[in-house]
Design a protein around this ligand. Structure first.
Ligand SMILES: O=C(O)CCC(=O)C(=O)O
Length: 285
């Protein structure tokens, strides 16, 4: 099998809840995805008066909107909060003001599909114990120069709940990510802390709500920066607390992330992300 993980890498993943795999993807393939993401952004970014802002700090005002709740089976554009001036005008062309694209590029766009489904990824998923990996959501995160916002500390299980827990993040550095331009930070071993919140649909299915399971915050100390060169894959256990900083630098920090679940686990029907018209597929082309 292509690119099996070593025993030391697997032990590191189990110990820390994350694993950094440098040079996993050739830089040229990252640049191809980058071009495609910018192309989709140019094509699909709505005008400012219809813009939906993404806020990664809990229940957000856009959560009620169909634009967000229907994005699990679509390719939609979410803007940075700081992309607008006081009069509500965009400070730059729309495609340079996006926070992210989400959440089904891996199924709806051929370039994203090919990037997301390779023998190497299938091997990694099998090695970490995913018997039936299913690619649930994809996000292309622009973390634009100067306006790229912080992503608050969270776990992915909070948002994509299966029983038993099974979600794993496959995060790719499309640009070099450093502490200056907003790299990931993660809490080593934090995946052993019971998950503190669940975000789910309300009873009417019109908005998300947060169920707090433990009000104590995650430790503020101890997170480590995961600086990553273009082409690096970072695996993130679903219960691992992680965040990313704001980007005040002049260099964008593009990243692509896939969240996969195990088909053996039960995906709860009140998760926000639903794809009634789009069957889930694994890492095989
Ligand atoms: O890339 C980022 O800034 C955050 C990504 C993240 O939190 C995730 O993929 O779960």
């Amino acid at each position: 099998m292509a690119g099996r993980l070593t025993a030391a890498q697997l032990a590191g993943y189990r110990q820390d809840g994350f694993l950094v795999l440098e040079d996993f993807v050739a830089p040229g393939r990252c640049l191809e995805l980058r071009e495609r993401a910018l192309g989709l952004a140019r094509e699909l970014a709505p005008p400012p008066e219809r813009a939906t802002v993404f806020r990664a700090d809990g229940d957000s005002p856009h959560a009620a909107a169909e634009y967000f709740l229907g994005s699990g089976g679509a390719i939609r554009c979410f803007f940075e909060q700081d992309a607008f001036d006081a009069a509500g005008r965009l400070r730059a062309p729309a495609h340079l003001c996006l926070n992210k694209l989400g959440h089904a590029m891996h199924d709806l766009d051929p370039v994203f599909d090919a990037f997301s489904r390779t023998p190497e990824l299938a091997t990694v998923a099998a090695d970490i114990g995913m018997a039936q990996p299913l690619l649930l959501q994809s996000m292309y995160i622009f973390k634009q120069a100067r306006i790229g916002g912080e992503v608050a500390c969270h776990t992915d299980h909070t948002y994509l709940w299966t029983e038993p827990p099974s979600v794993v993040g496959f995060w790719f550095a499309i640009d070099d990510a450093t502490t200056e331009n907003g790299c990931l930070w993660a809490l080593p071993g934090g995946h052993r802390i019971p998950v503190k919140a669940r975000s789910r649909l309300n009873a009417a299915g019109t908005a998300t709500e947060t169920v707090v399971l433990d009000p104590a915050p995650y430790p503020a100390e101890g997170l480590v920066p995961l600086e990553a060169r273009r082409g690096t894959l970072v695996l993130l256990h679903g219960a691992l607390p992680h965040r990313s900083g704001a980007n005040a630098s002049e260099r964008p920090r593009h990243a692509y992330t896939i969240h996969a679940i195990d088909g053996r686990a039960n995906y709860l029907p009140d998760n926000w992300l639903r794809r009634p018209a789009l069957p889930l597929r694994g890492f095989s082309a």
